[in-house]
Design a protein around this ligand. Structure first.
Ligand SMILES: Cc1cc2nc3c(=O)[nH]c(=O)nc-3n(C[C@H](O)[C@H](O)[C@H](O)COP(=O)(O)OP(=O)(O)OC[C@H]3O[C@@H](n4cnc5c(N)ncnc54)[C@H](O)[C@@H]3O)c2cc1C
Ligand SMILES: *[C@@H]1O[C@H](CO)[C@@H](O)[C@H](O)[C@H]1NC(C)=O
Ligand SMILES: *[C@@H]1O[C@H](CO)[C@@H](O)[C@H](O)[C@H]1NC(C)=O
Ligand SMILES: CC(=O)N[C@H]1CO[C@H](CO)[C@@H](O)[C@@H]1O
Length: 556
């Protein structure tokens, strides 16, 4: 999730509880003692730092295939290997690890094409703890004060507002609009606790409320100012689309808006790049555990009791046999390919959740300048279109006016590290269309936009770099959200292993991890890590609870 905000600093959140997975940590089981001796003659010593499992053979031989080498897949592998699983493999479609953690360069500056922040860096955040352990953070981020600040992201950024008529807007004129928007967003999160869903979507709710408030509260304000405030609200809606990774807030569920939870701590970044995290984790895995350029085509599991293994088939035709497969592919990929990926097909309740849950696009456009055209203290620049007083977050014609969806730019700080570098944000179908244009076309559109809004006809970017997450064939978008009609049940359905509960066939054939399967931290890196650990724990406790006679015959 992209964290913007002024949108968040007003809301305090309850302190976060430890993850469910942690509570489920398995305990050595007595049933297993005899089994221990059975294997101890052949298995030498305890595997490195296995805190969870009694030292027995069953789990060591279990073949586990993990699909996807993003942070969820890496986290699952790390935990399984530490617990003594000997046959763990990751199959990764691309030539690199990290998935949506992807560090790039514009000139000699390090920038994040994917995840940027550690959201809520505190003791409960596994990404923060790992980053600290690996020494990847600035001293500032390690300060206890920093971890304790519970502002739902970061302190309000110093903003600048420019309008489409080429003037800078007076903050006082638009402050009431910001206040109203924040109050309404806050209110919409409360609907989760109330039963029922009085509004179909957050967008519908906001539009109706804003119009009503404007008519009542701003009735004495002059026409031009009232109209401008409504245009500012449209701009803030576009920000919210980026935060939620959605085309429009009309597609985001009202009832589920409060499901996502924040952690305390001022959001921080990785000065050397987010990929430092995945690289350090990868270095702890046995060499050769990952096979790159190995897209998986299908996973054949069985609902029949007779078959005991899962068949994984790769694009190149190679077939692998596994006892357990952990699927970590992005929700966007699942939406597109579930029907060819799973045989037999996904159970209907799971399939419906795959379809209902939202997975939208949010892209970044980095723009570098020789010299700044913004003030030194400015941290975020908003572009307000003066023809958008209808409270809109979609453009009428994507091809001709996609650029209107870009809400503005964040300023990369500190300047000593980044020079004069801005990051533009654009979500939705407009963003997906932008991906199809050439870099020159995008540069031209950005140049025109900035010249128009600043009224300065000579501003010229040095170069740009943009992300293209929608057309990445292994991601198909940016991150998940709770779409219209969604509830927490959909997240539960998504994370439920196959075969589903109540089936008589071999349990835990296919498990599901990844950002979109976390019940309250979906759309984040820490959410993804926790789901990888959760599924590893599921297997670990499965093998520590199992009695020897329950092992598949082939294991003896
Ligand atoms: C623009 C953007 C900004 C973001 N900003 C933040 C942020 O600031 N903070 C934050 O916490 N989160 C942020 N996120 C979200 C965060 O990046 C993700 O939630 C997290 O990285 C997801 O990890 P994952 O392991 O679940 O999935 P992924 O990282 O997507 O890993 C899935 C892997 O599966 C592979 N794969 C797909 N299909 C196949 C196949 N058929 N066979 C084999 N392999 C396959 C993919 O190549 C990929 O490597 C952002 C995301 C984006 C796109
Ligand atoms: C948010 O909503 C809660 C409950 O309705 C309220 O107590 C709180 O004051 C609101 N905060 C803001 C900033 O409006
Ligand atoms: C998986 O099932 C599909 C459909 O039944 C079949 O076409 C394919 O050959 C199977 N693959 C493997 C590896 O069993
Ligand atoms: C559905 C969804 O992801 N909603 C989130 C959108 O972003 C806000 C923060 O601005 C969260 O509170 C919602 O949960």
């Amino acid at each position: 999730m992209l964290w913007m905000v002024d949108l968040k600093h007003l809301f305090t959140c309850t302190f976060w509880l430890i993850s469910k997975a942690e509570e489920k940590k398995s305990k050595p089981s007595c049933v297993y003692r005899g089994f221990f001796f059975f294997f101890s003659s052949t298995e030498k010593g305890r595997s490195c730092g296995s805190p969870l499992l009694p030292d027995m053979g069953g789990h060591r031989d279990a073949k586990v295939v993990i699909i996807g080498c993003g942070i969820a897949g890496i986290a699952a592998a790390q935990k399984l290997v530490k617990a003594g699983f000997h046959h763990v493999r990751i199959l990764e479609a691309t030539g690199r690890s990290g998935g949506r953690i992807k560090t790039g360069r514009i000139g000699d500056k390090i920038v994040e094409i994917g995840a940027n922040w550690i959201h809520g860096p505190c003791e409960e955040n596994p990404v923060f703890c790992l980053a600290r352990q690996y020494g990847l953070l600035d001293p500032e981020a390690l300060k206890p004060e920093n971890q304790a600040l519970d502002v739902g992201g970061h302190l309000p950024w110093v903003p600048r507002f420019f309008s489409s008529s080429g003037r800078e807007l007076n903050a006082e004129d638009i402050l009431p609009a910001q206040k109203l928007f924040l109050e309404l967003i806050n209110e919409s999160s409360d609907f989760q606790s109330q039963r029922g869903e009085p509004w179909p979507s957050v967008g519908d709710f906001l539009r109706a409320q804003v119009q009503q408030h404007a008519a009542e509260k701003w009735k004495d304000v002059d026409e031009a100012t009232r109209s401008l405030r409504l245009c500012v609200i449209s701009n803030m809606l576009k920000v919210e689309c980026c935060v939620n990774g959605t085309h429009t807030m009309d597609e985001v569920s009202m009832g589920a808006f409060g499901v996502y939870k924040t952690l305390p701590g001022l959001d921080c970044t990785f000065p050397g790049g987010y990929e430092g995290l995945t690289q350090n984790l990868m270095a702890e895995l046995p060499a050769g555990l990952v096979t790159y350029n190995k897209p998986v085509r299908c996973v054949n599991w069985t609902s029949a009791k007779s078959a005991e293994t899962v068949m994984v088939e790769c694009d190149d035709g190679q077939k692998l046999v596994a006892d357990h497969v952990i699927v970590t592919v992005p929700l966007g990929y699942l939406k597109k390919h579930h029907s060819t990926m799973f045989h037999p097909p996904l159970p209907l309740h799971k399939l419906h959740s795959v379809q209902r849950l939202g997975f939208g696009t949010n892209n970044k456009i980095f723009v570098e300048f020789d010299s700044p055209w913004w003030d030194a203290d400015c941290e975020v620049i908003f572009f307000v279109w003066e023809d958008e007083d209808a409270v809109v977050d979609q453009v009428p014609d994507v091809q001709s006016s996609w650029i209107k969806k870009l809400f503005g730019f964040t300023v990369l700080k500190p300047t000593e590290r980044y020079g004069h570098l801005l990051c533009g944000w654009i979500s939705g179908h407009e963003s997906e269309y932008m991906e199809t244009l050439s870099e020159q076309q995008v540069t031209d559109a950005i140049t025109q936009l900035i010249r128009r809004f600043t009224g300065n006809p000579i501003i010229t970017p040095r170069r740009i770099l943009r992300s293209q997450w929608f057309h990445d064939p292994w991601t198909c978008g940016s991150y998940s959200n709770l779409g219209k009609g969604c509830s927490e049940q959909d997240l539960d359905n998504l994370m439920e292993p196959l075969p589903p509960k109540g089936s008589k066939s071999q349990p835990l054939q296919v498990l599901f991890a990844g950002e979109a399967t976390h019940h309250c931290y979906f759309s984040t890196v820490h959410g993804a890590v926790l789901t990888g650990w959760r599924e590893a724990d599921r297997l670990i406790s499965h093998y520590s609870l199992i009695t020897p006679s329950e092992f598949p015959k082939s294991k003896f």
